[in-house]
Design a protein around this ligand. Structure first.
Ligand code: 9D3
Length: 233
């Protein structure tokens, strides 16, 4: 199968230097399932000072990422300079606090494409013409304030890559995991059976698989009620 191509547009390409060299993502890259590259936005500037940002029209704090380098970067990476000309199978994602929430379903949708371009915002924001006319998706990873889109890019790439066919060992399947059935995972235990007086549940040591399955279902439900009641509504 053709590898998923992931391109990151960032003013901090070094942020990603070793980020994809561990675990499942490393294996998926080595197996040719995905190629991931981080590009310096400044490569697409044309002025002497390689300016990527400027002061906001209308006033206010901070700086705004300029549109020209971002449009040029996306054109060189996708061949398209407007949303309408981005071909099916390619996604151009703006990472921003104003985006729609990233979910497992969106991870699966993105993972099924041929190319994903991730634009990392910085400063106070990105010139809105990028969201209006260039990107196919504007995504936030949650309701907390980051300093930029770079950590969000890591999250999205990790979630996508583990869904690529062949990325997980044959022992695991991405479908029988937490969130797939709308409940949190059950608690896990391993040796020793007694650790500083804290005992692993006896039922897990019995080998009674019907009882173990029932215990795990109940424990999943208890954990979901306690930590994520919203999943049960
Ligand atoms: C005061 C208004 N803030 C917007 C809510 C300013 C602001 C905060 C953080 C502007 C940019 C940022 C940088 N954040 C991201 O680029 C970002 C982000 C995030 O902060 N939270 C969750 N997901 C994401 S994706 C990109």
């Amino acid at each position: 199968m053709k590898p998923l191509r992931v391109d990151i547009i960032t003013i901090f390409p070094d942020y990603f230097r070793e980020a994809f060299d561990y675990g499942i993502v490393r294996r998926a890259r080595a197996a040719g399932l995905v190629s991931i590259r981080a590009h310096d936005l400044r490569a697409w500037t044309s002025d002497k000072h390689r300016m990527v940002d400027d002061r906001p029209y209308g006033g206010g704090d901070g700086m705004v990422l300029k549109p020209e380098p971002i449009f040029a970067a996306v054109e060189s990476l996708t061949g398209a300079s407007r949303r309408e000309s981005i071909t099916a199978g390619k996604r151009v994602v703006l990472l921003s606090p104003q985006g729609r929430r990233f979910t497992q379903a969106l991870a699966a949708d993105l993972a099924s494409s041929e190319q994903v371009v991730l634009i990392c915002g910085r400063y106070e924001g990105v010139d809105e013409r990028v969201a209006d006319a260039l990107v196919t998706d504007e995504i936030s990873i949650g309701d907390y304030v980051l300093s930029g889109g770079e950590p969000a890019a890591l999250v999205i790439i990790d979630a996508m890559v583990r869904l690529l066919p062949g990325a997980l060992g044959s022992e695991t399947s991405a479908t029988n995991e937490s969130f797939a059935d709308g409940l949190l995972d059950y608690p896990h235990y391993t040796r020793p059976p007694d650790f500083k007086g804290m005992r692993a549940p006896e039922v897990l040591l019995t080998g009674n698989h019907a009882e173990i399955a029932r215990w795990r279902r109940d424990a999943s439900m208890d954990k979901t009620k306690r930590n994520r009641p919203d999943l049960l509504k």
